[in-house]
Design a protein around this ligand. Structure first.
Ligand code: GSH
Length: 227
C-alpha cells in the first residue's frame, strides 16, 4: 500500500527538528510547512488551524487516493506512530522485545519526565533577566533561586546521572548499542541541559558523545527552545 503524504508543520527554534531528523534517517519523503514564532516567541495562530493546541511539531498524513487527512500531535506519539507504521526495515527499531520496550519507555520519559523541569528552568532564567529595579530584583532572584533548587535544577541531577549511566551501559546509545528513535527524541532535552547550564559537557562524557554522534550524522539544531 502506498505511503501517505507526510506533511511536517515545523516551527523555528523548536523541538520540531527531531521529527525531520527521524524522517531523514528513515529516508521517507515529506513536505514541510514552516511557521515563524511571533515577537513573544509564541507559535503563530495559523498553527491552531491544523490542531487546536497550535504547538509544534504537528504531522499531517494524507491518504494519496482518498485525500483523507490525519493530524498527529505530541512528539513522543508522533515518533511512536512513525516508527511503528513506517520503519519497515527496522532502521531505528530493535528486534529484541525487551529493547523495543525500552525504546518505547524513553519516548515517554523524554517529554514526560526530563523535559518539564528543563522548560521550567528556561522560564526561570527568563524571569531572572527581566528588567526589575533593585531591591526587587534581589528578592525576585532569591525566590527564583529557591524554586530552581527545589523543583527544577535541583531535581535534574538525578535524571542526568541516570541517562549518562544508561548510555555508558549501551555502547554510546540509549538502548541496545544502536541508534534508535529514543536517542533522537531525547536529544532536545539533553542539549537543553547543557544550554541552560544545569550541567557541563565535561562531567557527562557519554551524553556529550551521543550528541556528537547525532550531530555527525547530519543532525543540526538551531533552536533556542524556550518552549
Ligand atoms: N509535548 C509537546 C510540546 C510541544 C511544544 O511545546 N512545542 C513548542 C515548541 S518547542 C511550541 O509550539 N511552542 C509555541 C507556543 O506554545 O506558542 C511535544 O512534545 O510535541
Amino acid at each position: 500500500m502506498a505511503l501517505p503524504l507526510i506533511r511536517v508543520h515545523w516551527l523555528n527554534d523548536s523541538r520540531a527538528f527531531r521529527v525531520l531528523f527521524l524522517l531523514e534517517q528513515l529516508k521517507l519523503d515529506y513536505e514541510i510547512v514552516s511557521y515563524r514564532r511571533d515577537e513573544d516567541f509564541r507559535a503563530p495562530a495559523e498553527l491552531k488551524k491544523v490542531h487546536p493546541l497550535g504547538r509544534a511539531p504537528l504531522i499531517e498524513l494524507e491518504d494519496r487516493s482518498t485525500g483523507k487527512k490525519k493530524v498527529l500531535a505530541e512528539s513522543g506519539y508522533i515518533f511512536q506512530y512513525i516508527l511503528s507504521h513506517f520503519d519497515t526495515d527496522g532502521v531505528l527499531k530493535n528486534n529484541d522485545p525487551d529493547m523495543a520496550e525500552k525504546i518505547q519507555y524513553y519516548l515517554y520519559y523524554a517529554e514526560g519526565s526530563l523535559q518539564p523541569p528543563l522548560t521550567m528552568e528556561r522560564l526561570l532564567l527568563m524571569a531572572k533577566k527581566a528588567p526589575v529595579p533593585f531591591p526587587i530584583s534581589y528578592l525576585v532572584g532569591m525566590v527564583i533561586g529557591q524554586i530552581s533548587s527545589k523543583y527544577s535544577a535541583g531535581r535534574l541531577k538525578n535524571q542526568i546521572d541516570y541517562v549518562e549511566a544508561e548510555i555508558a551501559k549501551n555502547q554510546g546509545f540509549l538502548v541496545g548499542g544502536k541508534l534508535s528513535g529514543a536517542d533522537i527524541l531525547i536529544s532536545y532535552p539533553l542539549m537543553s541541559v547543557f544550554d541552560v547550564g544545569i550541567a557541563h559537557k565535561k562531567d557527562y562524557p557519554n551524553i556529550s558523545k551521543l550528541l556528537d554522534t547525532l550531530s555527525n550524522s547530519g543532525f543540526l539544531c538551531h533552536c533556542k527552545g524556550k518552549g
